[in-house]
Each structure stands twice: as C-alpha cells, then as structure tokens.
Design a binder for this molecule. Structure first.
Ligand code: HEM
Length: 156
C-alpha cells in the first residue's frame, strides 16, 4: 500500500507535467489570438488542478507517514535537518516548492472564474501556470540530483 502510494506520487509527476504544458499552450494561444474564453479550457485547467491536488495529498501523506515520514522515521542521533541534505530536501525544500506550485496552479485555474476580460484570464493563467511549471521542474528529485535523486518511473 505504502509503496503503491509513492509509486503513484512518482507517476503523477508526468501527468502533471503533460497537463501543465498543454494548459500553458492553451492559455498562450488564447491570450495571443484574443479568442473568447472557451469552457473547454476551464475544464482542462480544472483537470490539471485536480491532478496537482491529488499529488499534493499523496505527498503530504508521504511527508507524515512515508518511508522517511516525520511521524514514522527517527533521525539518526545528532542529525540536524538543515545540515542533512536528504532530510532538508524531502522534509522542507520539496514540500515547500511543491506547495507553492500547487497554489499557483490553483490561482491560474481561478482566473477562469474571474470577472475580467478574456484576454486577461488567458494572460494571467499563462503566467501562473508557467511559473508553477518552473517551480515543479526545480522541485522534482530528478535522478541526476545528488543524494536526493529518484527514478524517472516508479520501481526503476
Ligand atoms: C506537483 C507536486 C509534486 C510532484 C510533481 C512531486 C514529485 C515527487 C517525486 C517524483 C518523488 C520521488 C518519488 C519516488 O521516490 O519514486 C517525490 C517524493 C516525495 N514527495 Fe513529492 N511531489 C509533489 C508534491 C509533494 C508535496 C506537496 C509533498 C509534501 C507535502 C511531497 C512530499 C514528498 C516526499 C516526502 C517524498 C519522498 C517519499 C519517499 O521517498 O518515501 N511531494 N515527489
């Protein structure tokens, strides 16, 4: 069960990245072509946001009860979180960066409901989604990262 959840958390990263890139493309073309806001775009952004929220919840469970969870693991004697690259990343940096990204995706989706001109909806959503994407790319424990690197796909 626990392994399944971390595998799902790992896999959802790809789904978020794909959905986010498409959401960015939709926002950009809507903004640049000055098109009327399409309900289909709102649905797509909602889907992107929901995937991000599920990943967030799974991450939060990992943070508390996972292999290296705050509740389930005991730090080696004399270990300071801030001086230990591994725990600093998974307990502080990764959650912090990802929480900001998920908040940005949520605000980006919220633009679809704002009473503002359609061009503004698309432009602002584009900016929020783009910044969220950059944060996610920075926050992912890519395999090439020292100490914290994780596989590109679950179980690899
Ligand atoms: C868009 C949001 C997120 C993405 C794309 C993401 C991505 C990832 C990836 C790819 C891993 C490596 C998984 C593996 O070892 O196979 C991971 C691990 C982890 N993530 Fe996230 N994450 C996100 C949000 C969060 C959040 C919000 C939290 C905490 C509140 C979190 C906590 C963790 C923890 C604690 C681990 C290590 C789990 C373990 O190895 O046992 N993540 N994350």
């Amino acid at each position: 069960m626990a392994t399944g959840l971390i595998h799902l958390h790992n896999l959802l990263r790809w789904i978020i990245l794909i959905l986010l890139v498409i959401s960015i493309a939709k926002a950009y073309t809507g903004w640049k072509s000055k098109k009327a806001f399409a309900p289909g775009d709102k649905k797509f952004w909602f889907f992107t946001m929901t995937t991000a929220h599920i990943t967030f919840l799974l991450g939060f469970l990992q943070l508390l009860f996972g292999r290296y969870g705050i509740v389930t693991s005991v730090l080696p004697e004399g270990t300071s979180i801030m001086k230990n690259k591994f725990y600093r990343f998974f307990w502080i940096e990764h959650p912090f960066i990802m929480i900001i990204s998920v908040a940005l995706i949520t605000i980006g989706y919220g633009m679809s409901k704002k009473e503002v001109p359609d061009e503004v909806k698309y432009r602002k959503a584009f900016i929020y989604f783009l910044v969220a994407l950059i944060f996610i790319l920075i926050g992912i424990p890519w395999p090439f990262r020292e100490v914290v690197g994780r596989p590109l796909l679950p179980g690899m």
